[in-house]
Ligand binder design. Sequence first.
Ligand code: UDP
Ligand code: MG
Length: 321
Amino acid sequence: MDRLAIVVPCYNEEEALSFSITELKRILKELHGKGKISPDSFLLLVDDGSKDRTWEIIAASNKEDKQVFGLKLAGNVGHQYALTAGLMEAGKLADMIISIDADLQDDTAVIELMIDMYHEGKDIVYGVRNDRKKDSFFKRTTAQGFYKVMDVMGVKTVYNHADFRLMSKRAVEHFSKFGESNLFIRGIVPLIGYETDCVYYERKERVAGESKYPLKKMLALAWNGITSFSVKPISFILGMGLFIIFLCVLAAVYAFASYLMGRTVAGWTSLILSIWFLGGLQLISIGLIGQYIGKIYTEVKHRPRYNIEVLLTDEEGKIAD
Ligand code: UDP
Ligand code: MG
């Protein structure tokens, strides 16, 4: 029987946590009862340097119930890092790992579906919100705008999927090879490969407490998502430079014609052409340098270049020549 870990990043979640722990423990029990997970499956609550009683609650639950594990980070490192810490630790122990927020906005009812898909051989199952009615108008529009921008930038993400997902042990192992500091987990997971699937659910309201993602953190995450996965903005500069040089040619024709017709003031033709030409040249130069910087950026991330899923060899374990 496969062991499940549910990883929950928690930052100042004292109001929501007790409820969430009870609910998630109930789910573990139910799933075990149905024979879908092993009895030693567990919750891993990651305290991301909370300033309230979050850790006390986690420690007390751990004492009370051996299915509740706790991980305390020294200081607040943010949701993405806290989640990564949880995934890494849980990945050492469990066969499948589900990540979910402490406020239970994501529907716990689909956890069972995720596990069914895991048993069908899926390595990654994305939780996708098909309804954002419960989100505020502002959160909804900014979030949807974000997915659109990511798409334009050529970053592969799953639309309307946040960090509620199931990953198999081997998927987490490959994820651990991404050593980048500017972490945007949602962008990395689709790069892992393997077979994936989605479950759909309606996003609910927070069970208690307030959002720990103010606009500033949301923008920082979005910015990270774009700049960690796309060097397209650099290509835009180069494109713009080329476009301006093209305009410069048109302007040259116009200016020269005006000059021949004697409709110009002395000095205007050379001045206007220099402005366009130098402007274009500068943008092209910046864009070119940017192309190299973009390459350096991709290199320093040292991302894994591939993920081997199966290797077929002959009987002696050698690859046939
Ligand atoms: N969180 C965290 N560290 C932070 C901020 C948030 O671990 O610095 C956790 C938080 O406790 C919650 C999850 O990340 O479990 C998502 O946060 P929240 O629900 O506040 O975000 P929202 O749903 O409003 O986008
Ligand atoms: Mg939330």
